[in-house]
Design a protein around this ligand. Structure first.
Ligand SMILES: NC(=O)c1ccc[n+]([C@H]2O[C@H](COP(=O)([O-])OP(=O)(O)OC[C@H]3O[C@@H](n4cnc5c(N)ncnc54)[C@H](O)[C@@H]3O)[C@@H](O)[C@H]2O)c1
Length: 412
């Protein structure tokens, strides 16, 4: 007998009232990762000669507030995970497809009420069946190998607007995927520079607003890139940085010319698709751009967790099957064909999101204009339960309100 379809608004309010133990019983997948199982960057790199338990004096604490995690973002039990969505917000493939599958159909229903999202902007919904309480949906630039001021500003805005929503909703732990580096073809290394620099600056400006930012990578390529860069950017006085880490080239690679192979891969991607709007979901395009890693002769094909992997796991969970599979196990392509059809279908069905005039992306964080949607910043235009004590300037447009942190903490 088919399950009765839940009303997303009712479900959202019900979930807001649950404490963590009650919510855990409802996670679609029970092999979730609690935050205390994800080491901070400093814990990960604690120098070996430190006496056991000696209080480590970190360099400003940045390395206590960030983590590098390789695997499926949908299992992370944090306040919010960030979704690399498309402008329809109606799901698709890649991390977007995984998140929708793991969250359940209420996520799609709430997203439908959001009327899309513009590139560089971000919107927040409940996490529903996910271990994450919320999902922040942001739309990265379609770079397809080209990194210019617009792509750089748009990707920077994705991180800034996502963090702004965290702050406005009193949330303090968040996980980011490598936004735009999959089907949208943003080169991995410049994207990592933008992610790390934007997050680092934001934490320095809001040190008391964030407990943890997790860089959740899925590909070996990205893991190597982030590891090298984080070793230098989040180095603490008491942490050893190995010679090769220091030798790592820290020139912001968005200004670096790409290798010949990378340029050929990307232009091949362009010829194959030809369309200017949305990227073609052809795996070939994705693989070429993805494989244009920093180390072109690096054979990573069979080391990567696959997109399908996490979706299959979700599907099996739906059927109550035990997946018993490891998030980091990998074979096959990153995405499934059906998702491409889903995404095409989703985009056909949906009126294109209301796009502002075609102006160049703003270099500063634009406060999102939601006047025509609603002024609570929530998806349903209704004030969410209980107001969080606002940490925001009174004129912030999005005045999301959620259960107050005190209430949540007391419950927890
Ligand atoms: N890559 C695909 O298979 C595919 C297909 C259709 C649509 N999409 C998506 O592509 C557009 C966004 O492009 P994008 O490059 O920003 O996103 P993306 O193509 O999902 O790739 C972003 C990054 O997320 C990584 N990733 C994939 N699955 C997971 C996971 N479970 N946990 C953590 N990280 C993961 C992926 O390896 C890449 O590094 C949207 O239309 C969205 O629907 C992706």
């Amino acid at each position: 007998m088919s399950k009765k379809k839940k009303d997303w608004k009712t479900e959202k309010e019900r979930l807001l009232r649950l404490d963590r133990e009650e919510r855990r019983k409802e996670y679609r997948r029970q092999e979730f990762i609690p935050l205390d199982k994800i080491p901070t960057w400093r814990e990960e790199n604690r120098s070996n000669d430190n006496e056991e338990g000696k209080e480590l004096t970190g360099g400003g604490g940045l390395s206590d507030k960030v983590s590098l995690y390789k695997g499926d973002i949908t299992v992370l039990e944090v306040d919010a995970i960030v979704n690399a969505a498309n402008s329809s917000l109606l799901g698709g493939g890649g991390v977007d497809g995984c998140i929708h599958k793991a969250a359940g159909s209420c996520l799609y229903d709430e997203c439908q009420s959001l009327n899309g999202c513009e590139t560089g902007k971000a919107k927040i919904t409940s996490g529903y069946d996910l271990p994450a309480r919320y999902v922040i949906h942001t739309v990265g630039p379609v770079a397809r190998g080209h990194v210019g001021p617009t792509e750089t500003n748009d990707l920077t805005s994705c991180y800034q607007n996502s963090l702004r929503l965290m702050k406005e909703n009193g949330l303090s732990t968040v996980a980011f995927p490598c936004i735009s580096t999959g089907i949208y073809g943003f080169p991995n290394e410049p994207a990592a520079d933008i992610a790390l620099n934007t997050v680092k600056s934001w934490i320095e400006e809001n040190p008391d607003k964030i407990t943890r930012v997790i860089f959740c990578v899925f590909l070996e390529t990205d893991f190597a890139i982030y590891k090298k860069k984080m070793a230098v950017m989040f180095q603490d006085n008491d942490m050893e940085v190995t010679e090769e880490q220091l030798k790592g080239d820290n020139t912001p690679s968005s200004t670096k010319s790409t290798t010949k192979e990378e340029r050929e891969d990307r232009s091949r991607g362009k010829e194959e698709t030809g369309d200017e709007e949305e990227p073609d979901n052809d795996a070939g395009v994705n693989e070429d751009v993805e494989m244009a890693s920093q180390n072109p002769d690096e054979n990573i094909a069979n080391e990567e967790p696959t997109q399908e992997q996490c979706e299959d796991e979700n599907e099996n969970q739906d059927k109550g099957e035990d997946t018993g599979s490891d998030n980091n196990k990998d074979n096959g392509e990153e995405k499934s064909i059906n998702n491409e059809k889903d995404e095409d279908k989703a985009e056909e069905e949906q009126p294109p999101a209301k796009m502002e005039d075609d102006d160049t992306a703003k270099s500063t964080v634009e406060m999102e204009d939601v006047s025509e949607i609603n002024d609570t910043g929530t998806s349903n235009g209704e004030e969410m339960k209980d107001h969080v004590e606002s940490s925001e300037e009174p004129d912030s447009i999005l005045t999301d309100s959620i259960q107050s942190k005190d209430t949540v903490e007391k419950k927890e």
